[in-house]
Design a binder for this molecule. Structure first.
Ligand code: ZEM
Length: 281
Protein backbone atom coordinates (compact mmCIF):
# COMPACT_ATOMS: atom_id res chain seq x y z
CA UNK A 1 0.00 0.00 0.00
CA UNK A 2 1.09 3.48 -0.72
CA UNK A 3 1.82 5.78 2.18
CA UNK A 4 -0.24 8.83 2.96
CA UNK A 5 -0.76 11.12 0.00
CA UNK A 6 1.86 13.79 -0.24
CA UNK A 7 0.64 17.08 1.14
CA UNK A 8 0.14 19.61 -1.59
CA UNK A 9 3.14 21.91 -1.57
CA UNK A 10 1.60 25.32 -1.22
CA UNK A 11 4.33 27.71 -2.02
CA UNK A 12 4.43 31.12 -3.51
CA UNK A 13 8.18 31.14 -3.46
CA UNK A 14 10.13 31.28 -6.70
CA UNK A 15 12.93 29.08 -7.94
CA UNK A 16 16.39 30.10 -6.76
CA UNK A 17 17.93 32.34 -9.38
CA UNK A 18 14.67 33.55 -10.87
CA UNK A 19 15.63 37.21 -10.88
CA UNK A 20 12.90 38.19 -13.34
CA UNK A 21 10.39 36.99 -10.72
CA UNK A 22 12.08 39.15 -8.07
CA UNK A 23 12.02 42.14 -10.41
CA UNK A 24 8.29 41.60 -10.99
CA UNK A 25 7.60 41.47 -7.25
CA UNK A 26 9.53 44.70 -6.70
CA UNK A 27 7.79 46.45 -9.61
CA UNK A 28 4.45 45.34 -8.14
CA UNK A 29 4.86 47.16 -4.85
CA UNK A 30 6.17 50.51 -6.14
CA UNK A 31 2.89 52.37 -6.52
CA UNK A 32 0.93 53.46 -3.47
CA UNK A 33 -1.32 56.52 -3.56
CA UNK A 34 -1.09 56.90 0.20
CA UNK A 35 2.68 57.22 0.33
CA UNK A 36 4.49 60.49 -0.45
CA UNK A 37 4.11 61.31 -4.13
CA UNK A 38 2.52 57.96 -4.93
CA UNK A 39 5.57 55.74 -5.26
CA UNK A 40 8.06 53.94 -3.05
CA UNK A 41 10.53 54.18 -5.94
CA UNK A 42 12.53 57.14 -4.59
CA UNK A 43 13.06 55.71 -1.11
CA UNK A 44 14.12 52.38 -2.62
CA UNK A 45 16.71 54.20 -4.73
CA UNK A 46 17.96 55.91 -1.59
CA UNK A 47 18.25 52.57 0.22
CA UNK A 48 20.35 51.13 -2.61
CA UNK A 49 22.54 54.24 -2.53
CA UNK A 50 23.08 54.33 1.24
CA UNK A 51 23.73 50.59 1.36
CA UNK A 52 26.49 51.10 -1.24
CA UNK A 53 27.86 54.57 -0.53
CA UNK A 54 29.85 53.57 2.56
CA UNK A 55 32.56 52.08 0.37
CA UNK A 56 36.19 53.05 0.87
CA UNK A 57 38.46 52.19 -2.02
CA UNK A 58 41.68 52.26 0.01
CA UNK A 59 40.64 49.73 2.64
CA UNK A 60 38.07 47.87 0.53
CA UNK A 61 35.57 48.24 3.38
CA UNK A 62 31.90 49.20 3.23
CA UNK A 63 29.66 48.94 0.18
CA UNK A 64 26.52 47.00 -0.59
CA UNK A 65 27.97 43.54 0.10
CA UNK A 66 26.76 42.31 3.49
CA UNK A 67 23.60 44.45 3.75
CA UNK A 68 24.94 45.60 7.10
CA UNK A 69 22.19 48.24 7.43
CA UNK A 70 20.00 45.44 8.83
CA UNK A 71 21.94 45.86 12.06
CA UNK A 72 22.53 48.55 14.65
CA UNK A 73 24.19 50.93 14.78
CA UNK A 74 24.08 51.36 10.98
CA UNK A 75 20.27 51.24 10.79
CA UNK A 76 20.19 54.04 13.37
CA UNK A 77 22.64 56.39 11.68
CA UNK A 78 21.01 59.80 11.18
CA UNK A 79 21.79 59.51 7.46
CA UNK A 80 19.66 56.37 7.27
CA UNK A 81 16.57 57.84 8.92
CA UNK A 82 13.47 56.78 7.00
CA UNK A 83 15.09 53.86 5.22
CA UNK A 84 13.28 51.41 7.50
CA UNK A 85 10.31 52.12 5.22
CA UNK A 86 12.23 50.75 2.26
CA UNK A 87 13.74 47.80 4.14
CA UNK A 88 10.35 46.88 5.60
CA UNK A 89 8.67 47.02 2.22
CA UNK A 90 11.24 44.66 0.74
CA UNK A 91 10.58 42.06 3.44
CA UNK A 92 7.53 41.10 1.37
CA UNK A 93 9.73 40.45 -1.62
CA UNK A 94 12.24 38.54 0.50
CA UNK A 95 9.40 36.28 1.77
CA UNK A 96 8.42 35.43 -1.80
CA UNK A 97 12.02 34.88 -2.87
CA UNK A 98 13.84 33.72 0.28
CA UNK A 99 16.88 32.58 -1.69
CA UNK A 100 17.97 36.11 -2.66
CA UNK A 101 20.40 37.89 -0.32
CA UNK A 102 19.25 41.17 1.22
CA UNK A 103 22.29 42.83 -0.33
CA UNK A 104 21.27 41.69 -3.81
CA UNK A 105 17.62 42.52 -3.12
CA UNK A 106 18.25 46.08 -1.93
CA UNK A 107 20.47 46.93 -4.88
CA UNK A 108 18.14 45.25 -7.38
CA UNK A 109 15.21 47.20 -5.91
CA UNK A 110 17.00 50.47 -6.68
CA UNK A 111 17.62 49.30 -10.22
CA UNK A 112 14.02 48.19 -10.80
CA UNK A 113 12.69 51.42 -9.26
CA UNK A 114 14.76 53.58 -11.59
CA UNK A 115 13.76 51.54 -14.62
CA UNK A 116 10.06 51.57 -13.63
CA UNK A 117 10.13 55.34 -13.10
CA UNK A 118 11.29 55.85 -16.68
CA UNK A 119 15.03 55.86 -16.14
CA UNK A 120 17.79 54.02 -17.95
CA UNK A 121 18.48 50.32 -17.71
CA UNK A 122 21.12 49.83 -15.00
CA UNK A 123 23.65 47.01 -15.29
CA UNK A 124 23.14 44.69 -12.31
CA UNK A 125 24.28 41.20 -11.39
CA UNK A 126 23.83 39.07 -8.28
CA UNK A 127 26.59 37.86 -6.02
CA UNK A 128 26.35 39.84 -2.77
CA UNK A 129 26.42 37.81 0.43
CA UNK A 130 24.73 38.94 3.63
CA UNK A 131 26.82 39.64 6.68
CA UNK A 132 25.76 37.26 9.48
CA UNK A 133 26.00 39.67 12.39
CA UNK A 134 26.90 43.19 11.33
CA UNK A 135 30.57 42.71 12.11
CA UNK A 136 31.43 44.38 8.80
CA UNK A 137 29.69 47.65 9.68
CA UNK A 138 31.98 50.59 9.01
CA UNK A 139 32.24 53.73 11.17
CA UNK A 140 29.47 56.30 10.77
CA UNK A 141 30.27 59.42 8.75
CA UNK A 142 31.05 58.08 5.30
CA UNK A 143 27.83 59.23 3.61
CA UNK A 144 27.69 62.82 2.36
CA UNK A 145 26.52 65.75 4.49
CA UNK A 146 23.95 67.97 2.75
CA UNK A 147 25.17 71.12 4.48
CA UNK A 148 28.59 70.96 2.87
CA UNK A 149 30.12 71.97 -0.44
CA UNK A 150 32.29 70.83 -3.32
CA UNK A 151 35.35 69.81 -1.31
CA UNK A 152 33.30 67.51 0.90
CA UNK A 153 31.55 65.94 -2.11
CA UNK A 154 34.96 65.25 -3.66
CA UNK A 155 36.31 63.79 -0.40
CA UNK A 156 33.36 61.43 -0.10
CA UNK A 157 32.92 60.34 -3.71
CA UNK A 158 36.60 60.19 -4.65
CA UNK A 159 36.98 57.88 -1.61
CA UNK A 160 34.53 55.52 -3.33
CA UNK A 161 36.46 55.77 -6.59
CA UNK A 162 34.26 58.22 -8.48
CA UNK A 163 35.37 61.28 -10.45
CA UNK A 164 33.81 64.74 -10.73
CA UNK A 165 31.61 63.79 -13.66
CA UNK A 166 30.27 60.75 -11.77
CA UNK A 167 29.47 62.98 -8.78
CA UNK A 168 27.27 65.22 -10.91
CA UNK A 169 25.63 62.32 -12.75
CA UNK A 170 24.84 60.47 -9.50
CA UNK A 171 23.46 63.66 -7.92
CA UNK A 172 20.87 63.67 -10.70
CA UNK A 173 19.01 61.05 -8.63
CA UNK A 174 17.64 64.05 -6.73
CA UNK A 175 15.23 64.43 -9.62
CA UNK A 176 13.42 61.75 -7.57
CA UNK A 177 11.68 61.98 -4.25
CA UNK A 178 11.81 64.61 -1.58
CA UNK A 179 13.23 65.63 1.77
CA UNK A 180 11.23 64.82 4.90
CA UNK A 181 11.31 66.98 8.04
CA UNK A 182 11.20 63.88 10.25
CA UNK A 183 14.07 62.15 8.44
CA UNK A 184 16.73 64.66 7.40
CA UNK A 185 15.19 67.86 8.76
CA UNK A 186 14.95 69.30 5.25
CA UNK A 187 11.64 69.57 3.39
CA UNK A 188 10.35 69.40 -0.14
CA UNK A 189 11.08 68.00 -3.58
CA UNK A 190 13.74 69.05 -6.08
CA UNK A 191 11.37 68.78 -9.05
CA UNK A 192 7.68 68.84 -9.84
CA UNK A 193 7.84 65.25 -11.15
CA UNK A 194 9.48 63.39 -8.26
CA UNK A 195 8.36 59.93 -9.37
CA UNK A 196 9.69 60.21 -12.91
CA UNK A 197 13.36 59.69 -13.63
CA UNK A 198 14.48 62.53 -15.88
CA UNK A 199 17.05 65.33 -16.19
CA UNK A 200 14.62 67.82 -14.61
CA UNK A 201 16.84 68.21 -11.53
CA UNK A 202 19.57 69.75 -13.68
CA UNK A 203 17.10 71.97 -15.54
CA UNK A 204 15.67 73.28 -12.26
CA UNK A 205 19.16 73.78 -10.86
CA UNK A 206 20.17 75.91 -13.85
CA UNK A 207 16.91 77.76 -14.53
CA UNK A 208 15.97 79.07 -11.09
CA UNK A 209 17.30 81.68 -8.73
CA UNK A 210 17.90 79.79 -5.50
CA UNK A 211 17.41 81.75 -2.29
CA UNK A 212 17.87 80.61 1.31
CA UNK A 213 14.54 79.50 2.73
CA UNK A 214 13.41 81.69 5.62
CA UNK A 215 12.44 79.27 8.35
CA UNK A 216 13.52 77.73 11.63
CA UNK A 217 14.90 74.62 9.97
CA UNK A 218 18.37 73.89 8.61
CA UNK A 219 19.69 75.98 5.71
CA UNK A 220 18.14 74.94 2.43
CA UNK A 221 17.28 76.87 -0.71
CA UNK A 222 14.02 77.47 -2.54
CA UNK A 223 12.92 78.70 -5.96
CA UNK A 224 10.86 81.84 -6.22
CA UNK A 225 7.56 79.98 -5.91
CA UNK A 226 8.79 78.29 -2.73
CA UNK A 227 7.73 74.87 -4.00
CA UNK A 228 11.07 73.40 -5.07
CA UNK A 229 14.17 72.99 -2.95
CA UNK A 230 17.92 72.51 -3.20
CA UNK A 231 20.42 71.49 -0.55
CA UNK A 232 23.74 73.28 -0.10
CA UNK A 233 25.38 70.19 -1.61
CA UNK A 234 23.15 70.50 -4.69
CA UNK A 235 24.09 74.15 -5.20
CA UNK A 236 27.76 73.24 -4.88
CA UNK A 237 27.36 71.55 -8.27
CA UNK A 238 26.56 74.98 -9.75
CA UNK A 239 29.18 77.05 -7.98
CA UNK A 240 32.10 74.72 -8.71
CA UNK A 241 33.45 75.30 -12.20
CA UNK A 242 34.20 71.67 -13.02
CA UNK A 243 30.93 70.35 -11.64
CA UNK A 244 28.99 73.13 -13.43
CA UNK A 245 30.16 71.96 -16.85
CA UNK A 246 28.46 68.60 -16.32
CA UNK A 247 25.33 70.19 -14.82
CA UNK A 248 24.88 72.24 -17.99
CA UNK A 249 25.50 69.25 -20.23
CA UNK A 250 22.95 67.09 -18.40
CA UNK A 251 20.38 69.93 -18.33
CA UNK A 252 20.58 70.09 -22.12
CA UNK A 253 21.15 66.46 -22.97
CA UNK A 254 19.01 63.92 -21.13
CA UNK A 255 20.50 61.06 -23.12
CA UNK A 256 23.99 61.93 -21.91
CA UNK A 257 22.69 62.05 -18.33
CA UNK A 258 20.94 58.67 -18.63
CA UNK A 259 24.06 57.08 -20.09
CA UNK A 260 26.43 58.46 -17.46
CA UNK A 261 24.01 57.82 -14.61
CA UNK A 262 23.51 54.21 -15.65
CA UNK A 263 27.23 53.50 -15.68
CA UNK A 264 27.92 55.33 -12.40
CA UNK A 265 24.95 53.88 -10.51
CA UNK A 266 25.73 50.38 -11.75
CA UNK A 267 29.30 50.84 -10.52
CA UNK A 268 28.12 52.22 -7.16
CA UNK A 269 26.05 49.11 -6.49
CA UNK A 270 29.08 46.86 -7.15
CA UNK A 271 31.67 48.68 -5.03
CA UNK A 272 33.45 46.19 -2.81
CA UNK A 273 31.52 43.18 -4.08
CA UNK A 274 33.82 40.23 -4.79
CA UNK A 275 32.20 38.86 -7.94
CA UNK A 276 33.69 35.61 -9.23
CA UNK A 277 34.72 37.31 -12.45
CA UNK A 278 35.38 41.02 -12.62
CA UNK A 279 33.44 42.90 -15.30
CA UNK A 280 35.24 43.75 -18.51
CA UNK A 281 36.99 47.09 -17.91
ZN1 ZEM B 1 20.31 61.99 -1.71
N1 ZEM B 1 19.42 62.93 -0.16
N2 ZEM B 1 22.10 62.85 -1.25
N3 ZEM B 1 21.24 60.94 -3.21
N4 ZEM B 1 18.57 61.09 -2.16
C1 ZEM B 1 18.08 62.88 0.14
C2 ZEM B 1 17.09 62.21 -0.56
C3 ZEM B 1 17.33 61.39 -1.64
C4 ZEM B 1 22.33 63.75 -0.23
C5 ZEM B 1 21.44 64.03 0.83
O1 ZEM B 1 21.92 64.57 1.98
C6 ZEM B 1 20.05 63.72 0.78
C7 ZEM B 1 22.55 61.02 -3.59
C8 ZEM B 1 23.45 61.96 -3.13
C9 ZEM B 1 23.23 62.80 -2.03
C10 ZEM B 1 18.37 60.18 -3.18
C11 ZEM B 1 19.34 59.56 -3.95
C12 ZEM B 1 20.67 59.92 -3.95
C13 ZEM B 1 17.84 63.64 1.32
C14 ZEM B 1 16.49 63.78 1.99
C15 ZEM B 1 19.05 64.18 1.71
C16 ZEM B 1 19.25 65.09 2.91
C17 ZEM B 1 16.22 62.58 2.91
C18 ZEM B 1 14.86 62.65 3.53
O2 ZEM B 1 14.61 63.61 4.28
O3 ZEM B 1 14.05 61.73 3.29
C19 ZEM B 1 23.66 64.30 -0.38
C20 ZEM B 1 24.34 65.32 0.50
C21 ZEM B 1 24.20 63.73 -1.50
C22 ZEM B 1 25.53 64.07 -2.06
C23 ZEM B 1 25.72 64.27 -3.36
C24 ZEM B 1 22.86 60.01 -4.56
C25 ZEM B 1 24.23 59.76 -5.16
C26 ZEM B 1 21.68 59.31 -4.78
C27 ZEM B 1 21.42 58.14 -5.66
C28 ZEM B 1 22.14 57.85 -6.74
C29 ZEM B 1 16.95 59.95 -3.33
C30 ZEM B 1 16.29 59.07 -4.39
C31 ZEM B 1 16.30 60.72 -2.37
C32 ZEM B 1 14.80 60.84 -2.12
C33 ZEM B 1 14.37 59.85 -1.08
C34 ZEM B 1 12.90 59.89 -0.78
O4 ZEM B 1 12.52 59.24 0.20
O5 ZEM B 1 12.11 60.53 -1.48
Amino acid sequence: LAGPPALPVVTKTSKPGDYPAVRASIADLLDNDNYDDGSYGPVLVRLAWHASGTYDKKTGTGGSNGATMRFGPECEWAANAGLAVARGLLEKVKAEHPWISYADLWTLAGVVAIEQMGGPVIPWRPGRVDDADGSRIVPDGRLPDATQGAKHLRDVFHRMGFDDRDIVALSGAHTLGRCHADRSGFVGPWTNAPTTFSNLYFQELVNNKWKPKKWDGPLQYEDKTGTLMMLSSDLALLSDRTFRKWVHLYAKDEEAFFKDFSVAFGKLLELGVPFPQQPAA
